[in-house]
Design a protein around this ligand. Sequence first.
Ligand SMILES: [Zn+2]
Length: 59
Amino acid sequence: MAIKECPSCAVEVDKKYNVCPICGYEFPKQKSGMKYLAIILVILFSLPLIKLILSLLNK
Ligand SMILES: [Zn+2]
């Protein structure tokens, strides 16, 4: 059901396409990769904080 609009020809295409089937525009893929990297960084930074909070609660 997920669709995205091609910025080149303004046609709505399925999100699974990496290239627009109408005009051949290549959709940038970097954004989703950056999102995963951000999530991983947030998890890595929050784990010590969670451990700290848990140790404070256990006292
Ligand atoms: Zn297009």
